[in-house]
Design a protein around this ligand. Structure first.
Ligand SMILES: [Zn+2]
Length: 247
């Protein structure tokens, strides 16, 4: 686990090839995403590392219900029950009324090079034995409204990676949590970190992802905290144009 301060009260935590974020205001904390199932103990440790406890968490904002983003939630709920909020469509995904996730066969097909084999092994270890988990208590978050939570986040509908993918913006701080709608690195992406989309195999609808990127470009933010890879700072419109060029 690695913790990086992004801004006052805002921390990016990197677990097993995936990020989550902690937004503290006074004692209270908003958690954005939660890592893999096996990152659950690190999620709790990250709260402790910034001087907070599970009881200080007001809500978990989930970008989407893939196992690498919601896996740590049960570990937190076991300590302290908090609301888990995400876009209305993604709520059904978090409850596993339906599933949009890379299949074991698709995962195996990534094992054609060393990076793919390493990723496959790390992912299996991070997921098992909780690959069938769900979050039955997930509830819908309204889009476009300032939420009464630490950081005053606003949920933004960003479908494509999953049907109900949801980003969150902290308007006053100029920070957007893009989840997997926009990432900067991943073990299966070649080259140095840069704003980009995840490989196709992870996403439901790439055309919809590109439309969602254009929605992200409109947001009042100049700090991107992605679901995978390092933070990127700069003009959001320019960052998005770099990713959508040629698409
Ligand atoms: Zn992811």
């Amino acid at each position: 686990m690695r913790i990086e301060r992004v801004a006052d009260g805002v921390h990016l935590v990197t677990g097993t090839n995936v990020n989550w974020a902690l937004v503290a205001e006074g004692d209270a904390v908003t958690v954005v995403d939660a890592g893999y199932p096996n990152d659950g103990s690190d999620l709790l440790a990250s709260l402790e590392a910034i001087g907070r406890a599970p009881e200080d968490v007001q809500a978990v904002l989930l970008t989407h219900a893939h196992l690498d983003h919601m896996g740590g939630i049960p570990s937190l709920l076991a300590k302290h029950h908090v609301p888990v909020l995400t876009g209305a469509t993604e709520v059904a995904h978090a409850r596993r009324d339906y599933e949009e996730q890379i299949t074991p066969v698709q995962m195996l097909r990534q094992c054609t090079h060393v990076a793919g084999i390493t990723w496959f092994a790390q992912t299996l270890k991070a997921v098992l034995p909780h690959a069938r988990m769900s979050v039955p208590s997930a509830a819908p978050v309204p889009f476009g409204e300032t939420l009464d939570l630490p950081g005053s986040p606003v949920a933004v509908s960003t479908p494509g990676h999953t049907s109900g993918h949801t980003a969150y913006v902290l308007e006053a701080a100029g920070i957007v949590f893009t989840g997997d709608a926009l990432v900067t690195a991943h073990p299966l992406l070649p080259g140095p970190p840069r704003p980009q989309l995840l490989p196709d195999v992870f996403s439901e609808d790439e055309r919809e992802m590109v439309s969602s990127l254009r929605a992200l470009a409109e947001l009042p933010a100049d700090v991107v905290v992605p679901g995978h890879g390092p933070v990127v700072r700069g003009d959001l419109d320019e960052i998005v144009r770099g990713v959508t060029a040629g698409r």
